[in-house]
Design a protein around this ligand. Structure first.
Ligand code: AMP
Ligand code: MG
Ligand code: MG
Length: 323
């Protein structure tokens, strides 16, 4: 296998920069919470934006586009171009531990034109506003030729409930398909039990029917796509089940890449790979299924989605297309 040192490899440089940028965005998210002035804006039904979402996205997009002016970057929030961007939010450093890795051969010749970076500056906004702080993540996903291959999941409030003041607040997990994932302890979920995680703030009768059909031993209802995939890779759940529309490409790109780098899988409920090309529809219309093992768990959970559930997703996607 041919390896190349990483200091000049585009994929590793973007991930390395994103690791440091995500930590800065996380500190912005914590700072806004400390002020208590969230300045919430309603973007739609059950869809909020706070000052933290806006500032963190400005930090991420401004920093990344300064370092990588030729790549496409798509962020969740529509921002006011007149927003003031504090110089302190601009990150130009690289995480050395990422750069110390060798890039898998398949990503050695990636060019700027191949790349779309998907940014969710604050995943789990609803939970953030309710003080469920460990549900919150900052997501930076790297796609190449429409496929999620690299991801950074920063959890700004990790350890926030620990009593010991010296415990470090926040952590950053990153992964690259073909290389693996770092910054956490990869664990397998328990054998002989079925544990699923799903939404707590965007539930629906279809989601509940699907979960009833799976008949799991335990259901963990928490916020954020990033947080739920963390539960899967840390062995607390076998699957993240969301047979509904609403979850977007910026929610799934980074989690999908991290999960797949560890042998897990994230697809729609039909088992189709999600696409991340720059002109793609932002909503994951046919739902999301993420599991800890591509070989065993994924087919097991895919088989649990009934024809009725699949038909209801297809018809809502069709209706959307006709409107
Ligand atoms: P949840 O599991 O409910 O936290 O959702 C995961 C991600 O998908 C979050 O970023 C949500 O904002 C988004 N999402 C899921 N369902 C909806 C919906 N019905 N409307 C808007 N956003 C949604
Ligand atoms: Mg989100
Ligand atoms: Mg968000």
């Amino acid at each position: 296998m041919i390896w190349k040192t990483m200091s000049n490899n585009l994929v590793l440089r973007i991930l390395s920069s994103s690791v440091n940028i995500s930590a800065k965005a996380g500190s912005i998210v914590r700072d806004v919470m400390k002020t208590g002035e969230l300045a919430v804006v309603d973007k739609g039904v059950n869809d909020l934006q706070t000052e933290a979402d806006r500032r963190a996205q400005n930090c991420i997009i401004t920093s990344l586009s300064k370092q990588f002016p030729k790549i496409a970057i798509i962020g969740e929030e529509t921002l006011d171009p007149n927003d003031k961007i504090d110089d302190k939010w601009i990150v130009s450093s690289f995480d050395e531990s990422v750069l110390s890795h060798k890039c898998p051969e398949e990503w050695l010749n990636v060019t700027d034109e191949d790349i779309v970076v998907w940014v969710d500056p604050l995943d789990g906004t609803s939970e953030y506003t309710q003080g469920l702080l460990d549900h919150v993540t900052v997501l930076i996903g790297l796609s190449v030729k429409g496929r999620a291959i690299g991801g950074v999941i920063h959890q700004p409030f990790y350890n926030f409930d620990k009593e010991n003041d010296s415990t470090k607040l926040g952590r950053t997990i990153w992964g690259l398909v073909g290389l693996g994932a770092y910054g956490f302890q990869h664990r397998q979920p328990p054998v002989g039990k079925v544990i699923v995680t799903t939404t707590r703030s965007h539930s629906s009768p279809t989601i509940n029917a699907a979960i009833e059909h799976i008949n799991p031993d335990e259901v963990i209802r928490v916020g954020g796509a990033g947080h739920k995939v963390l539960l899967v890779i840390e062995g607390q759940a076998h699957a993240y089940v969301f047979p509904s529309r609403g979850c977007k490409k910026w929610d799934t790109c980074a989690p999908e890449a991290v999960l797949e780098s560890l042998g897990g899988r994230l697809t729609d409920v039909f088992g189709n790979q999600l696409r991340y090309d720059r002109n793609v529809e932002h909503t994951n219309e046919l739902g999301v299924l993420a599991t800890h093992c591509a070989r065993t768990s994924h087919p097991y959970f895919l088989a649990k989605f009934s024809d009725d559930i699949k038909a209801s997703l297809l018809s809502s996607s069709q209706m959307k297309r006709n409107n």
